[in-house]
Ligand binder design. Sequence first.
Ligand SMILES: Nc1ncnc2c1ncn2[C@@H]1O[C@H](COP(=O)(O)OP(=O)(O)O)[C@@H](O)[C@H]1O
Ligand SMILES: [Mg+2]
Length: 375
Amino acid sequence: MEQAFIFGTAAFGNNFTNRDEECKRLEGNFKNGINSIIVSPRRWGKTSLVKKVAKQVNNSGQQIKVVTMDAFMCRTEVDFYRLFTTEIIKQTSNKWEEWMENAKNFLSRVSPKFSMGSDPLNDFSISFDVLNDIQTEQDILDLPQKIAVSKNIRLVVCIDEFQQIAEYTNAINFQKKMRSIWQLQTNVTYCLYGSKMHVLTNLFSKQSSPFYKFGDLIYLQKIDATRWTSYICARFTATGKSISEDLAAKVSSMVDYHSSYVQHLAWLVWVKTTTEATQAQLDEALEDLLNQNKILYYNQTENLTGYQINFLKALVNGVQSEFTRADIIKLYNLGSSANVSRLKKALEQKELIDISGKNVTLLDPLFGYWLKSEF
Ligand SMILES: Nc1ncnc2c1ncn2[C@@H]1O[C@H](COP(=O)(O)OP(=O)(O)O)[C@@H](O)[C@H]1O
Ligand SMILES: [Mg+2]
């Protein structure tokens, strides 16, 4: 049977909704050689979006290939080089003879070693010794261009969780190396995306950063209310159950239209429903979802200072921008206006809040419910 809702992995097929504008924009960038940068808080839909567009472009029968990789596990520059090399080589051909050939031709200095399991196409890895010369690093960073030229195609290289590279030793130096090589590549386009908003914003919007103005910067927004409502109703119908539009609208508004939570909450309601979903089932489902996250929230608040908790209290009680007003500072015991800006910064770095312009929002809407009930 068709899956009603999806969460925990990228959304695809009938479980992917909306994003028409973003898909068009990204596809246009991919096809026209424009670098893209996508930024949003976690679990709003970046990975799902890029995967969808990558698949579309790869199936479009043009001389263009989209390669995707995830830098989340890359803790050092060398880890990154390994991932980059392996994924570029693997995803640009489905013949392992060609993999060896490419590695030999374009990476002669690293003398790569190959290991293959029983299924060479899926069970394949490349290893090479830790590098320490600049020429080798340049060879690796230029690998996509060399392969693209040799195959007479264009490549789009998508790197997920790109904020990791900001944490390497000598990060700025590494970024300079990347940018200086990548910007000369005629056949390769990049799509860089990730979740640590403040890190990524610095990386791409600070004038002194090597990646300043590297490409088209997309701040991915939430999927809007009406799209969620029709999506939820359609998924219930497609799986032989039903939910009223009113109730479906509540499902998404209760979790503030946060993509992953909308799908998760809708799933919990769906499981409880036999024929038509009810308000009582939605209430129970929300309770379930909160229970699943309780321990996390408990740990999260344990690591906060009293002032930080006070700030969050103000936020969940509806204060959005006027934290430095004298009566608000007094009511919520926030210290001083200088302290307020420190609190904002600290909570942003902990990825608990999002600051856009003057407005502050809590990134995890369920954490809001929990805070309200506990404090
Ligand atoms: N376009 C979409 N349509 C429906 N659900 C989505 C969509 N994008 C994301 N989601 C939901 O959000 C979850 C997280 O998406 P993901 O793409 O992994 O986000 P991110 O990469 O921003 O962390 C998915 O598992 C899915 O439940
Ligand atoms: Mg992701």
